[in-house]
Write a protein that binds this ligand. Structure first.
Ligand SMILES: *Cc1c(COP(=O)(O)O)cnc(C)c1O
Length: 413
């Protein structure tokens, strides 16, 4: 990276800071007189190359992640000049040199967020600022360039407005948005790339469970790990996902839907497939405890995870009571072991266990295959438990904009 620092500063004092001046981003020491002269994402330089709008296929035929809208957004970056002109253009292949570092060393990060179409045809995004923040944190972890999240979000809104007719209207449907950033340096060698490409593609998707909630079976995976202390599990890096495919196939061959990733000699529960994980215990005095593992560096900080925690805490604090959500509820971010889950299952103190993520929102679990035994989990009425059901109802309401909240951000009128 080429940095024109006006005075020498120790590397430890350098930090990436969000820029406040229009479209500029800099490596700063905290003092205004030392800035790098590289450009931030400049929204006003956006070029748009339109194609004639095509007709989306019927929503009933959609398979998750297989159909893409008419346009995509690309923004090039290089170390000398920073972010180049954003371009919205017809969806199509990228030209990459075979030497591009992304193809050799997995220099790629991504995000997943959704746009919803309300009954009045207004299109909204759900907490997109969280995705922009997380994408920057992923970029930092893998030495890809960071960017001003607000500028990228503005450009994503322009893209969605252009392809608005691709946002499905049917209940439970949405437009899945996939921002991606790759290292494109044209030279084989491991290091921070001197070139990168940010792109955003959009895919109309149907509900994850078209026929109502179908609880999933998990394979308590002890042979493989998804993440480790000091590793990259807390970031949405491409490198975290390919190694999970073989264990997923392994779980499927044993008759389970997903891996339950366990960690350490005590088999701590970490995540479910590519979702965060929640479990509800009934304590001896009857209080229900909603538990999720803490953000200890191995857990991906999910937007859905944060939303579930916030809704439960708002309910407990009396800020926004959720109908049917029990009053005797406590929320914990703490480690959970398989021993605890198994004992609670046997003693009748296990209330429910579920995954949480943007794609499926909430995914109830009905059993965990663990060391040759099936640990059974209650799933409640209609496949959903007494804590997840009211939280899911509120969450989906806020996501779609049916329940007004500041989590819902307008894209187009
Ligand atoms: C994306 C992801 C999640 C869920 O995050 P959301 O922001 O809620 O979609 C959880 N775990 C992993 C490993 C993920 O990649």
């Amino acid at each position: 990276m080429s940095l024109l620092l006006r005075r020498i500063v120790p590397a430890s004092q350098l930090r990436w800071g969000a820029s406040t001046t229009a479209g500029r981003r800099c490596l700063s020491t905290g003092s205004p007189d030392t800035v790098a002269e590289t450009a931030g994402i400049n929204v006003s330089k956006l070029q748009i190359t339109r194609k004639n709008p095509s007709t989306p296929p019927p929503s009933s035929s959609l398979v998750f992640g297989h159909t893409f809208t008419d346009h995509m957004l690309t923004i090039p970056w290089d170390a000398k000049s920073g972010w180049g002109s954003p371009h919205i253009r017809p969806y199509g292949p990228l030209a990459l040199e075979p030497s591009s570092t992304v193809l050799h060393y997995a220099q790629t990060i991504f995000e997943g967020m959704k746009a919803y179409r309300q009954e009045n045809d207004k299109v909204t995004l759900f907490r997109p600022d969280m995705n922009m923040k997380r994408m920057n944190s992923s970029a930092r972890r893998i030495a890809l360039p960071t960017f001003d999240g607000e500028s990228l979000l503005e450009l994503i809104k322009v893209l969605i407005r252009l392809d608005k007719h691709w946002v499905p209207k049917e209940p439970g449907h949405s437009l899945y948005i996939r921002p991606t950033l790759i290292g494109t340096q044209k030279a084989i060698g491991v290091g921070p790339p001197n070139e990168a490409l940010l792109f955003v593609i959009c895919s109309p998707v149907g509900p994850y469970y078209p026929k109502g909630f179908k609880p999933v079976a998990l394979y308590g995976t002890t042979e493989y790990i998804r993440a480790a202390p000091g590793g990259t599990g807390a970031f949405k890096l491409g490198v975290n996902y390919a190694p999970g495919v073989m264990p997923q196939k392994d779980a499927a061959s044993r008759g389970y839907d997903q891996n339950l990733w366990l960690h350490g000699p005590e088999h701590h529960l970490t995540e479910v497939g590519t979702m965060n994980m929640f479990v509800v215990f009934k304590q001896e005095n009857g209080t229900l405890e909603l538990v999720t593992p803490p953000l200890d560096g191995m857990i991906l900080p999910g937007v859905t995870r944060d939303s579930v925690l916030s809704l439960a805490r708002e309910h407990i604090a009396g800020k926004k009571r959720l109908g049917n959500l029990p009053d005797n509820l406590v929320v914990s971010e703490r480690p959970v072991t398989m021993k605890e889950v198994k004992e609670a299952s046997h003693s009748g103190r296990l209330v429910e266990l579920f995954g949480a993520g943007t794609a499926a929102v909430i995914s109830p679990v009905d059993r965990i295959g663990y060391l040759g035994e099936d640990v059974l989990i209650p799933t409640g009425e209609g496949g959903m438990g007494p804590v997840s059901r009211p939280i899911w109802t509120e969450l989906v309401g806020r996501q779609t904009g049916a329940i007004p909240s500041d989590w819902s951000v307008p894209v187009a009128n």
